[in-house]
Design a protein around this ligand. Structure first.
Ligand code: ATP
Ligand code: MG
Length: 445
């Protein structure tokens, strides 16, 4: 098996070998290349210690020196070069207490999580595949290196990673490995939110986000996202629906682009249906207020998972607006845009479309037609650059002061009132009209 190494990677390996060290491309890049995919980055593993690596190259950065990683900077990009290591005892199923360097490639490969991630390659030795990773790649199997129970006890995050790789590659998890996850999933409570977030997002934006169901069946979400379990268990007795909240959600996630914000919004758009559910006398379920409550809940969840504020705001705006359907008139659409914030559009239409497609056929065509009208009206508003916020108003506070309005609270009140006027009729958004209107109706000199 010959792998075409990029020039830079070859150069780094050659230089290390010239100095008498061993060096290999390792992990994800070998796996992806064997699958005929383009690796996102190339990692190198070497028998050289970090200080030896630093002596071999002109420009290096101590990125993870405590764990033996040095980034070698070449002209265009940096490459992580990590010394062969054995991870010491694990603390709190989280990180190794200590790392020990070793001169044995095999020892380094043994500490890696899955067989498909534990292969190394260089041109001198070819593929080093001590755990039949290539066969598992062919068979589409995620299997721990060594005894799964030990490996998950060392680092519980690996359980979530197993599902993440299954989702990215369309693989299935080998039985002994999945059995160990069922037993040990509660250990995930010790893993930091930051690490969980990374894996969860990779799963969500993968080609098989339906693996979300596996998080539930393996007992992982019970620990890291209990809200998901409740969704999986909540039925929807309602003519508009044909799935549980969880199954419906999976369809919506699949129905939007693999974009982080959109997929998170799809995952959480109905998060509060369980708590907002009421069943009427005819046995029909209703979920009044679930988008607003859902936005609040989503914020709590995303904060808990340590997402950044920009992501949280963008996702929550989509959750809050996913069920808003303005009457098909420009002024109502303008109001909706103002209320929800322009920035969650046009992504909102993609979420709404996926949401409708994941519902029952009842009135589906009508819903799609209404959505199309909503989208067209939105586009016209954008194309005509109609004003839907104070920013777009033809007058500002200074203009008001020039006609005699004193600085202070009154300014804001007048601007708000003028925005109302303009939202009703965009042709009124001229300085002349608005100042005249102010003097006549809003401010007595
Ligand atoms: P991606 O394409 O998502 O980056 P990757 O396989 O490169 O996939 P990384 O998280 O970047 O995944 O990790 C790089 C390599 O380090 C893995 O291929 C694996 O060999 C090893 N590894 C990473 N995390 C762990 C872990 N928690 N336990 C054991 N080995 C790990
Ligand atoms: Mg990687």
């Amino acid at each position: 098996m010959k792998i075409q190494l990029p020039e830079d990677v070859k150069y780094i390996i050659d230089r290390l070998q010239e100095q008498g060290y061993e060096a290999y491309a390792v992990g994800g890049c070998v796996r992806d290349t064997l699958l005929g995919r383009n690796p996102s980055d190339w990692d190198i593993t070497t028998s050289a210690t970090p200080s030896q690596v630093k002596k071999t190259f002109e420009r290096t950065v101590d990125t993870g020196i405590a764990h033996g990683t040095v980034t070698v900077m070449l002209e265009k990009s940096g490459y992580e070069v990590t010394t062969y290591r054995i991870d010491g005892e694990y603390e709190d199923a989280r990180h190794p207490k200590s790392v020990t360097y070793t001169s044995s490639l095999l020892e380094d490969l043994k500490r890696r999580d899955f067989t498909i991630n534990a292969m190394a390659y260089n041109e001198m030795e070819g593929l080093v595949d001590a755990f039949c990773g290539e066969q598992d790649l062919k068979d589409g199997i995620i299997r721990c290196v060594g005894e799964p129970r030990e490996r998950f006890t060392e680092d519980a995050l690996r359980m979530l990673r197993a599902v993440r790789f299954a989702a990215q590659l369309g693989f299935s998890i080998e039985e002994n490995t999945s059995g160990a996850i069922r037993e040990l999933s509660s250990l995930l409570s010790k893993v930091s939110a930051e690490r969980i977030q990374v894996e969860l997002v990779k799963l969500l934006v993968s080609p098989h986000p339906e693996e979300l169901e596996e998080l539930y069946t393996l007992g992982i979400s019970r620990v890291i996202l209990p809200e998901w379990d409740v969704m999986m268990e909540t039925p929807q007795q309602n003519p508009h629906h044909c799935y549980t909240v969880g199954k419906h959600t999976i369809e919506v996630v699949k129905g939007v682009r693999p974009d982080k914000v959109l997929r998170l919004a799809a995952l959480f758009h109905d998060v509060s249906k369980p708590e907002c559910r009421s069943t009427d006398r005819a046995g029909v379920d209703h979920f009044y207020g679930h988008p607003q409550v859902g936005a609040k809940r989503t914020k709590e969840i995303l904060r808990r998972l340590k997402f950044d504020n920009a992501t949280i705001d963008a996702v929550c705006a989509l959750v809050k607006g996913h069920d808003v359907n303005p009457d098909p008139q420009p002024k109502y659409v303008r109001r909706t845009l103002r209320g929800l914030g322009e920035s969650c559009f046009p992504a909102m239409f993609e979420l709404k479309h996926a949401d409708i497609m994941a519902q029952s056929e009842y009135k589906q065509q009508e819903k799609l037609t209404a959505l199309e009208k909503y989208r067209r009206l939105y586009q016209e508003i954008v194309e005509r650059r109609e004003c839907i916020s104070l920013k777009g108003l033809a007058v500002n506070g200074r203009d008001l002061m020039e006609i005699g309005v004193p600085a202070g609270k009154q300014i804001g009140k007048i601007l708000d009132a003028l925005l109302e006027v303009v939202m009703e009729d965009p042709s009124k958004n001229t300085k002349e009209y608005l100042l005249g209107y102010t003097l006549e109706n809003l401010f007595i000199r």
